[in-house]
Every structure is written in C-alpha cells, then in structure tokens.
Design a protein around this ligand. Structure first.
Ligand code: SAM
Length: 446
C-alpha cells in the first residue's frame, strides 16, 4: 500500500492523471535488459536468448523483456557481459548525457553500475570512464560489473564528491549525477522503498543532492555537460534541486534534453520526467551546460611504464594470449601489472579501487593473467579459444568452476567463450583445462 502522504502529494503533482498513474502502478513492473555492444553483436544476443527483446524509446541499447523472465542474471550470456539487467527507463539519463567515443566522463554516484556500463558501451573503449561510488562495499559491486561488461578504459574510485571536485577540477567533458534519492520510482517493484519513505527523507535527500551537484560542478570543463537524474517523483528532489543549483551556479545553463521519451516537466520544461504511464518506473533527468571558463586542470598521471625484464615478461604473456597486444600503457604496482588508458590525471588521494585493466599478477617465478584480461578481450584477438555453444554441458561446468576435457593437446592459457563471447579463461595441459573462473562469480544454482 502506498503511504497516504505520498498519495496526497502525487495527486497534487499529477492532477487529472492520478487515476492513470494508479492503474499503471497496478501493472507488473517493467523488465528490461541493456545490450552490451562491447561484448557481442545484437544478432548474437537476439539469436541466443530464448525470449523476445522489444526495443524501448529510452536508449537504442535498451530492450523490454517479458514480465515473467526471472533469474536471467544466471544466464551464461549475462556472465559473459553480453547484457545488463536494467529497467528500461533507467537508461534514459545516459541517453541525455550522450557520451561519445573519446569523451572523459565522470559518473559520480555509480554503484551498482547500470549507467556506468552504459556509458562504457557508448565510449567504445575510447576516452575515460571514471566511475565513483562513495560507499566502499558498493564500489566492489561496481567493479565487478565494469569487469563483466569488458570495459577497458575505466577508473573506479570510492571517494566523497568534495574530493572529486577539488582534485579533478576542469577534467571532464561530461558528468553524471544519478543521485541517491527517496526512490519513489522504485515503489512499483520494491516494497522496501515504500517502507523507507517519509517526507523528512525527501527533504534530507534534496539537501544531499544539491551538495553533490555543487561539489562536482567544478569537475566540468567549459562547454562540458552536467546531467542530473533521480528515480523519484518529488519536485523537492528534482526541479527544485536543479533550480537551486542554477541560482547558485551562474556558470551553468539548463539545456533541453532533446529526447522524445517521457514528457517535459510542467514547471521546468527543458527537463524530462518519466512516469509509469510513460512506459518506465519513474525518472527525472536534467541537462546543464557549463558556459563559463573553468581554468583548472589536474596534473597528468606520472606514468612509470615498466621496463627491462618485467616489460619482457608481461609482453611475452600478452603475446601468448593475444594476436595484437591491447592498447594502453603497461604499469606495474607492487605485484600487479595494469594496462592503463591514456590521458589519466594524477590518481593520488582519490580512493582508487582500479584503474584500467588488471592484466596479470606476479607469482613466484611466473605471471598469472587475470579474469579481467580475458573478460575485456575481443574474441577475434584471442589466439587460443575454447568456444562453447550456449546449450553445452561444458558451459555449465565452466561456470561451476569445474575442470574441462579438451579435444586437442594445446598448452597454456585459453580464452573460454560462449557463442563467440569471451567469458573467462583456463590453463590447458595434457588435454585438461584448469578452470580459472573466479570463485565469487561461479554459478552454483545452474
Ligand atoms: N547510477 C547507479 C546505477 O545506475 O547503477 C545508481 C546510483 S544510486 C541511485 C545512488 C548512489 O549514490 C548509491 O550507490 C549511493 O551509495 C550513492 N551515494 C549515497 N550517498 C552519497 C553521497 N553523499 N555522495 C555521493 N554518492 C552517494
């Protein structure tokens, strides 16, 4: 049951549309997935999934799936990062942000990674995706989703927006604040969101939302874009936050979202609202442009590319696995080798959890490649591949962490793929494949 106070507020907001809102709330929640073009073609996705994918207006990557489709997070193609489970309208904010290959993009409130992984897909491996999540435990979920979706040009941090604003001033072309909110748009699917709701919470959220926007506004370069989004309906957390921000930040102007989904807000028509009767659970998006100079820019990352024997060892390993060595600077920190995207700022003091790809770890007398190296690989670039059909027993056994038998007597590291989509790897010896699928990702319920 909806809180009475919420109902009263929504009646004022919606006027004669209140009844259609209630009717839409009685329908099953929208279910969707977002295709990940970094990992597979749409044809492969469409051909291999045994349920229909219906395009949505919110993003060319977003598809509605039948309401009864459950547990698709256990699907092998999900493990392979071919798709992200996401309510369709949740993809709307990134459509408004419109990231392009080569952009430097900051996602300030990024966990669990729905919007970050969508930005990563739009960047197509070029530019920088900086995903931040202030709550450390949630940042680890974000990391695992960014890895699963094969994003190579990312930085994942866990720090307060104030620190981002101070240390990364002027660095980004596009910044997304998908703010923590009272979650009224979640009422459709999550009874806990209803139980946690109160007017006081709405007020507290709006104060925090303004503070986050204020802190990270410094990170936007002149001419850059700042997108603010929530999944709630309350005007205090939406239009009023944007109006408050624009009053105090004359260096930003509101721009039209220029999209056809949802509807213009009644009080701030350049912003966009999505209600359940518009085909999505509930979202708000505003797009602002920095129209005044931002003279700041952080110092560059002091790349200390590895040399000598260490360089020889990592290049040997990478050329054993790949036809062409992945782009980026190879850097060693303690026992770990990373492949970093170019153009990084100094990362010091920013709560970095991962920058670029963790490619390999040094063990006694050898280098062990990582799961992430294979999860972010292009299938055509892998030298030795065990490509398995979706319905094979071996796929299930691989996801359970079991050893596999091999037809050929190959040696060394093998990319394991499902339907041509890299899933992970193993080490081959004597016609056996030792499984290296990470324990924490194994699918014990298949
Ligand atoms: N963008 C994410 C996605 O698409 O998967 C969802 C983000 S969720 C709406 C908001 C996030 O903001 C949460 O992960 C929450 O931990 C984080 N958060 C909470 N308080 C914050 C604060 N003061 N500053 C920045 N982020 C905060």
């Amino acid at each position: 049951m909806l809180p009475e106070m919420f109902e009263n507020r929504m009646k004022i907001l919606l006027g004669k549309e209140w009844e259609s809102f209630l009717q839409a709330m009685e329908q099953p929640p929208f279910r969707g997935l977002r295709w990940n073009p970094l990992k597979c073609s749409f044809d492969t996705l469409h051909r291999t999934l045994d349920f229909p994918l219906c395009p949505t207006p919110f993003s060319p990557l977003s598809y509605e799936i039948p309401a009864h489709m459950e547990r698709i997070g256990l699907h092998p193609l999900h493990h392979a990062g071919a798709f992200y489970v996401q309510e369709p309208s949740a993809s709307s904010a990134v459509t408004v942000l419109d990231p392009k290959p080569g952009d430097r993009v900051l996602d300030v409130c990024a966990a669990p990674g729905g919007k970050s992984t969508q930005i990563g897909a739009c960047l197509q491996g070029e530019g920088i995706l900086w995903s931040n999540e202030v709550v450390k435990s949630r940042a680890n979920i974000l990391l695992s989703n960014v890895e699963r979706m094969g994003i190579r040009n990312s930085v994942i941090s866990s720090c307060h927006p104030d620190i981002l604003g101070q240390k990364l001033a002027g660095f980004f072309d596009k910044v997304l604040v998908d703010a923590p909110c009272s979650g009224e748009g979640m009422f459709h699917r999550d009874p806990k969101a209803i139980a946690d709701w109160s007017v006081e919470h709405v007020q507290a959220c709006s104060v925090r939302q303004f503070e986050i926007l204020h802190s990270v506004s410094h990170t936007v370069r002149e001419g850059g874009i700042l997108v603010y989004s929530t999944c709630t309906f309350s005007p205090e957390e939406n239009e009023q936050v944007v109006e408050h921000f624009l009053r105090e930040h004359s260096e930003f102007e509101l721009e039209d979202c220029e999209v056809s989904f949802g509807r213009p807000s009644a009080t701030l028509p350049k912003t966009r609202r999505i209600f359940p009767m518009d085909g999505g659970d509930g979202h708000f998006v505003a797009r602002m442009k920095r129209v005044k100079p931002n003279p700041n820019f952080p110092s560059h990352y002091p790349y200390d590319a590895c040399e000598g024997n260490q360089q020889k060892a990592i290049l040997e390993l990478l050329s054993h696995i790949f036809k062409i060595i992945p782009n980026g600077s190879i850097v060693k920190k303690k026992d770990c080798f990373y492949i970093l995207p170019s153009g990084l700022p100094d990362l010091d003091g920013l709560g970095i959890i991962r920058a670029g790809i963790l490619a390999a770890e040094e063990k006694t007398n050898r280098l062990e490649p990582t799961h992430q190296l294979f999860a972010s690989a292009a299938f055509e670039n892998c030298k030795q591949v065990l490509n398995l059909p979706l319905d094979s027993k071996e796929i299930r056994r691989f996801l359970l962490g079991e050893e596999l038998e091999l037809q050929n007597d190959v040696q060394g590291f093998l990319t394991v793929a499902v339907e041509g989509i890299p899933l992970g790897f193993g080490k081959a010896s004597k016609k056996r494949l030792k499984n290296r699928y990470p324990k924490g990702l194994r699918n014990h319920t298949l």
